[in-house]
Write a protein that binds this ligand. Structure first.
Ligand code: PCA
Length: 200
């Protein structure tokens, strides 16, 4: 049995619920396909999120890392293709707001996901869950943790596969913020289970 580190985030900005936190807690400890799932929840904090993820990777020693983030407003499950060396955008949960700031001064411009993102999308669509590859993870915390995980793997010289998947709002979140398109938490959870089962 292999180990999969599945991460979500705490609530942030005007989202009082983060469905990724709900999903990762629901899947924690489950066996899906070839993987035992170990879940962790990350802070939304420019100085802490990547540090925590790297600690969890050292502690859990996963074969695969899938990090989940809420992309409020998106209508589909969107595996991310690339993380870029940039931090920008809204303030984090500590009130820290960065502009045009690199994640790693000496790092490459970007890292491609090493997850089978095309197979994820195909399996999701096959199961009637709308999904498409996204070509931008943005410049906020989600992009930051994806970049950090892939950089750590490169630095450590390990064979861990890692990447990021953005998900739409849940109905529970949309009740609080009615302009958001939303999915049921059950479907979000089942969709993430579906992509984990794709992994060899
Ligand atoms: N989504 C944010 C950060 C936390 C989350 O769930 C993002 O897309 O960067």
């Amino acid at each position: 049995m292999k180990t999969l580190l599945l991460t979500g985030f705490v609530p942030f900005l005007d989202n009082p619920i983060n469905p990724t936190e709900v999903i990762v807690k629901a899947l924690d400890g489950q066996t899906l396909g070839h993987y035992q799932v170990v879940s962790r929840v990350l802070p939304v904090d420019f100085s802490e999120s990547a540090v925590k993820l790297e600690q969890y990777m050292d502690e859990v020693e996963p074969d695969v890392v899938i990090s989940l983030g809420l992309a409020a407003g998106r209508t589909k499950i969107t595996p991310e293709r690339i993380a870029i060396n940039c931090r920008d955008g809204a303030a984090d949960n500590q009130g820290v707001k960065l502009q045009d700031a690199p994640i790693a001064e000496d790092g490459p411009a970007g890292y491609f996901s090493t997850l089978p993102i095309r197979a994820f999308v195909d399996a999701l669509n096959e199961a009637n869950y709308p999904a498409t590859i996204s070509n931008t993870a943005g410049t906020y915390l989600c992009n930051n943790v994806m970049y950090a995980a892939l950089r750590k793997i490169e630095r450590d010289g390990t064979k861990i596969r890692a990447g990021f998947v953005h998900i739409p709002a849940s109905h529970e979140l949309a009740v609080q913020n009615p302009k958001l398109p939303s999915w049921s938490s059950r479907d979000l959870e089942e969709a993430i289970a579906t992509i984990i089962k794709v992994l060899d």
